[in-house]
Design a protein around this ligand. Structure first.
Ligand code: AP5
Length: 213
């Protein structure tokens, strides 16, 4: 299956992608994680992306589309993937549809994870992410068993540079302008499922798994 996770920054796309990947034995392809990994490795792509990420803007399509489609051509995602953070605008969605069509494949479901702006601010200001496997935690609502340490891989947790209040505001504005139109795009294609992100990650995950059946 190819599943797209849609939703505002902090909606819980990464959290749900990790849970689905573990439970359904699928591979998560997260564009933000790919950029952060490139930055950790100090590649040219990582350095270019950082300029946009620090401002809460989208990285240009020509860089992002090529990076994600290249990742989707790897053998481990032949059977499908959970797409987290990509596509982020109509041009990316069309490029993805075209690339999958060339392999006689298509997006199976697009899951829109709905959350209020107030909840986004609370979630992102308390978020900690694993430096190694990128699993997200929250200091009160989804805390790791040991403070500062990832439950899944033992990696060190850190706070993202773009989780500052002014950058979060920009990311939300960009989401409304560029990404929210994808809800209609997948609705028209008959692929949209909407899930309200309330009641903790496990509860949201149950709703998503039910919607995928
Ligand atoms: P990206 O890394 O994709 O960030 P984002 O979309 O802004 O989303 P987040 O990772 O902030 O949130 P999330 O929905 O994954 O929430 P999470 O699960 O962590 O992108 C970063 C930047 O990279 C962009 O701004 C852009 O510059 C660039 N970029 C990336 N993709 C791009 C693309 N396709 N095109 C162009 N540029 C691109 O959860 C958040 C917090 O809430 C955590 O603390 C978590 O523990 C908690 N939480 C989760 N679910 C729940 C719940 N149900 N109840 C309570 N708490 C919860």
């Amino acid at each position: 299956m190819y599943i797209v996770l849609l939703g505002a920054p902090g909606a819980g796309k990464g959290t749900q992608a990790v849970m689905l990947a573990d439970k359904k034995k699928m591979v998560q392809v997260a564009s933000g994680d790919l950029f952060r990994k490139a930055l950790q490795e100090q590649t040219e792509l990582g350095k270019k992306a950082k300029v946009f990420m620090d401002k809460g803007q989208l990285v240009p399509n020509e860089i992002t589309i090529q990076m994600v489609l290249e990742r989707l051509s790897a053998p481990d995602v032949k059977a499908g993937a959970i797409l987290d953070g990509f596509p982020r605008n109509i041009e990316q969605a069309k490029a993805l549809d075209k690339a999958l069509k060339e392999k006689s494949r298509a997006i199976d479901k697009a899951i829109n994870i709905k959350v209020s702006e107030e909840e986004v601010l609370k979630r992102l200001s308390g978020r900690w992410v694993c430096r190694n496997c990128q699993t997200p935690y929250h200091e009160t609502d989804n805390a790791p068993k040991v403070k500062g340490v990832c439950d899944r891989c033992g990696g060190q947790l850190y706070q993202r540079d773009d989780d500052k209040p002014e950058t979060i505001k920009n990311r939300l504005q960009v989401y409304m302008k560029e990404t929210a139109p994808l809800i209609e795009y997948y609705k028209k294609a008959g692929k949209l499922v909407e899930v309200v992100s309330e009641g903790g990650p496990e509860n949201v995950n149950k709703k998503i798994i039910a919607a995928l059946r």
